[in-house]
Write a protein that binds this ligand. Structure first.
Ligand code: SAM
Length: 300
C-alpha cells in the first residue's frame, strides 16, 4: 500500500541515497528531498556528487567517505549522528554499498543504535537483470570477478553449477578476458547478456551463447565501450538430452585421442558435462563388446 508523502527527513538518521547510473532523470523525488534536508552528505567522490547536486541546485555540506578513509571518517560521522544530525550516504553512481563504500558505516551505525533509512533507487545490476530476458525469480549478484586469472577461474568453477541467473560487474579493459574465462569454465553454449551504458545515450543489451557473443564483441571494439554488466544464464538443472551430432563428434575424437581428452574437448565445445560424454561412450563400447561376444558364442 502506498503511504502518503511524508516530510522526508523527519528523524535524524543515516539515509542511504541511490543516485543515477547515467540518466539524471532517474533520481527519485524522495532522494532529492533527503539531499536537500540533511545536515551533511557523505560522498565517495565529492567532485562527482557536486555535479549532481549542482544540477538539482542543492546546497549542502559535503564530506568524503571512501574505501581509503572509511575507518577514520566513521567515528566523526557517528558522533554527528549521535548529536542528532542527519547524514546522507551517496556513492559515485547507483546504490551505495553495492560494490561501493558504506558497509562499514552501516555496521557501525547499527552497533551504535543509530537509525538507518535506506532509499530504493537506481542499481546497474537490477537494471541489467530486468532487461536481460533471463529468469529473474532467483538470481545471485557476484559483483566483480577477481582480477587475477587463476582466482577468476577458481570463482567461476565454484559457480559452474549455480542454477540462479548470475550478475557480474565488469570493466571494458577486462571484459574479453572475462568472457573467455566464462566460456572456458561454463562452455561455449552458456547464454550471456552484455548490458552496456545502461540508461545512457548508447545503451545496448545483447545476448547470445557465449561463443557467439565473444566473436561478436571481437569484431567491433565499440561493442564493449563504456560501463558493462554481464548477466549469465544459470546452470540448467534439467539434464540436456545428448544430441546424436554431439555424440558422433565424441566418437570421432575418441578414435583419435584418449576418451578422457575427447570428452573434455567435446564438453567444452558444446557445453555438455564431460562425465556424461565419458560414461555414455564407455557404456556404448561395452554394449558393443557384449553384442559381439554373443555373435562369437553363436558361431562356436
Ligand atoms: N553502486 C553501483 C550500482 O548500484 O550499480 C555499482 C558501482 S560499481 C563500482 C561500478 C560498476 O557498475 C561498473 O563497472 C559496471 O559494471 C556497473 N555499472 C554502473 N553503471 C552502469 C551503467 N550505466 N551501465 C552498465 N553498467 C554500469
Amino acid at each position: 500500500m502506498l503511504s502518503s508523502v511524508i516530510d522526508c527527513v523527519s528523524v535524524p538518521a543515516l539515509y542511504i541515497v541511490p543516485t543515477p547510473i547515467g540518466n539524471l532523470q532517474d533520481i527519485t523525488y524522495r532522494a532529492l528531498s533527503v539531499l536537500r534536508q540533511v545536515d551533511c552528505v557523505a560522498a565517495e567522490d565529492t567532485r562527482r556528487t557536486h555535479i549532481l547536486l549542482n544540477f538539482f541546485s542543492i546546497r549542502v555540506s559535503l564530506c568524503v567517505l571512501n574505501q581509503h578513509n572509511e575507518f577514520k571518517k566513521i567515528p566523526i560521522l557517528i558522533s554527528k549522528l549521535q548529536a542528532g544530525l542527519s547524514v546522507a550516504l551517496v556513492s559515485d553512481a547507483g546504490t551505495p554499498l553495492i560494490n561501493d563504500p558504506g558497509y562499514l558505516l552501516v555496521k557501525s551505525c547499527q552497533k551504535a543504535r543509530i537509525r538507518i533509512i535506506p532509499l530504493p533507487g537506481p542499481c546497474a545490476a537490477i537494471t541489467a537483470l530486468c532487461g536481460s530476458g533471463l529468469p529473474t525469480h532467483r538470481f545471485c549478484f557476484e559483483g566483480f570477478l577477481p582480477h587475477k586469472r587463476n582466482l577468476r577461474i577458481g570463482r567461476l568453477q565454484v559457480l559452474l553449477e549455480e542454477s540462479r541467473t548470475l550478475i557480474f560487474y565488469d570493466v571494458k579493459h577486462r571484459i574479453i578476458e572475462t568472457l573467455q574465462d566464462i566460456a572456458s569454465v561454463f562452455g561455449l553454449e552458456r547464454y550471456v547478456v552484455l548490458a552496456r551504458e545502461l540508461t545512457k545515450v548508447w545503451e545496448s543489451i545483447d545476448g547470445a551463447p557465449i561463443g557467439q557473443l565473444l566473436s561478436w564483441v571481437q569484431e567491433d571494439n565499440s561493442r564493449i565501450q563504456g560501463e558493462i554488466v554481464l548477466v549469465v544464464a544459470g546452470h540448467s538443472l534439467k539434464r540436456k538430452k545428448l544430441s546424436p551430432k554431439v555424440f558422433s563428434v565424441m566418437k570421432l575424437l575418441a578414435s583419435e585421442l584418449s576418451v578422457k581428452r575427447a570428452a573434455t574437448l567435446v564438453g567444452y565445445i558444446y557445453g555438455v558435462r564431460k562425465n556424461v560424454l565419458y560414461k555414455k561412450y564407455l557404456r556404448e563400447k561395452s554394449n558393443k563388446i557384449k553384442d559381439q561376444s554373443h555373435l562369437i558364442d553363436d558361431m562356436v
